[in-house]
Design a protein around this ligand. Sequence first.
Ligand code: F6R
Length: 319
Amino acid sequence: MGVEELLEGFYNQITYEKIGKELSEYKGVVFCGMGGSGIAGTFASKWLNHRGVKIPAFVIKGYELPPFVDNGYLVVCISYSGNTEETLSNFEEALRRGIKPVCITSGGKLKELAEKNGCEVHEVPKGFQPRYAFGYLLSKALCLVGITPEEMEDAKENLKENLEKIKEEGFKIAERLYGYIPVIYSTPLTDAIAERWKGQKNENAKTPLYYAVLPEMHHNEVMSWNNPSLRNKFHYILMYDEKDYHRVKLRVDITAKLLKDMGIVPIMLKGEGNSYLSRALYLVHLADWVSVKLAELYGYDPMKVDTIERIKQEIKKYE
Ligand code: F6R
């Protein structure tokens, strides 16, 4: 299947399943995962926080679990391949602490270990690059932590209805970004989306992309604008959500004004949709189209991730 065909079917990955946990039984929720799998955990924890869940929800992207994570926590290990060593390390550490992690994977060692240790496994279809299976991974993660079928359906329909519009907008943005290093100024409700944009630009288009988050960036990053010779290498994007805190939205406007005063026209991005999830996925899908178009403009294969694979092989030598 070609990459465009793959992206055109993205909305079909968004599916509801009744696998939810009763979160009130837990002290907190920890998602563990790296890269294209870990981002599903980032999104699910953001979604839980946005919905006002009264327990901490966060993501771990590395080998170690924080010391306070004990068997009162719901630990969700997400690895598409099931062979990512950082996530396997989290899984094993959780077992040592008496936790039975819930696993989301297409197979590999994670599935094997989970089954051997009597842990719950939620399988996603095989045969994808992890980042192109984001919809499957995210759907499982959200279903585990209590999304409703209606919310899921709304997000899916929103993607389906807006597919052509998103694709067209994505191609136009790619043309504008071509030749520049994109920098996204995001907000507390869009930083996870900015992280996905970064991953997609890095892996699909072989392009660096950096992001900073408001309001923090008003206390440091803004000073970098004083340096025009470097500033002109970047293309700025401002990304926010209609439900961001009112003073954060004010800061988005101030940022746009300051950039315009310097003769810079930022790309303003706000997701469309009825819910936070729908709007977030709108922008996630936009990143898909921007990144594959940019890959085409730069002449790269959006599927290839040879350096990532090489590092995985290199580190394996030291097992
Ligand atoms: C490749 C990709 C990578 C992987 C990451 C972790 O498409 O997106 O970022 O997701 O190297 O591997 P998995 O997802 O198999 O745990």
